[in-house]
Design a binder for this molecule. Sequence first.
Ligand code: PGA
Length: 252
Amino acid sequence: MSSARIPLIAGNWKMHETIAEAEQLIAALLPALSTVSGVDVAICPPFLALQAMVESTRGSRVQVYAQNMHHAPEGAYTGEVAAPMLTEVGVHGVLLGHSERREMFGESDRELAQKLPVALDAGLTPVLCVGETEDERERGDTERKLRHQVQEDLAHVPDDQLGDLVIAYEPIWAIGTGQVATPEQAEEAIGFIRALVADRAPEQAERTRLLYGGSVNPDNAAELLALPDVDGALVGGASLDATSFAAIVAAG
Ligand code: PGA
């Protein structure tokens, strides 16, 4: 990774951890991270545990991100959560467009295009997730898919804010499967994403942090994180174990 960009290791807890369980996990994680430096760390707990995790991580290097957000500041959107509700409890960032939300909950590029500028305006660091399915990779459509997602989802982000974004490349076939992308596949896709951002604003693209996600674990993290365009990792399963997650952070 480039020395100009501080690496970010983010743990996506998905729909795991009650508040009581989250307290146990963070109590194990914080001491394991105490010697780490030069890397940003975020956890993405479920909504209900956000406030407790903000309080438990206060004064530590760990930031707290939400897993989703609605674009409207308030309104008749049953079951949704708005940016001011996240910032009120001290949340620092938000995952947007995770493939599970796209595939299982019908999240569209149109919605994501609305959400990204709202998150940035609220002072939340957005982590936009993009990536191809196994079929798309086999058909040779990886770049077409990534181009479509990046161009559509960032359509309303002003050029001068592109550097404030985080984009996670998560090939869908690698998520939760134990089948990690090869370093060549990861670098090729992430380099392509950086080039797409550079098409709009070359100097901003040097600041945009690009993460790899999909079956990252303590054994494969160092190799992935050493790639020139990879600025960190979005970690699912392995982030639920304090020792594993701390080992991945140490590799960053
Ligand atoms: P995984 O999940 O690390 O369990 O593959 C990654 C993700 O979905 O963000």
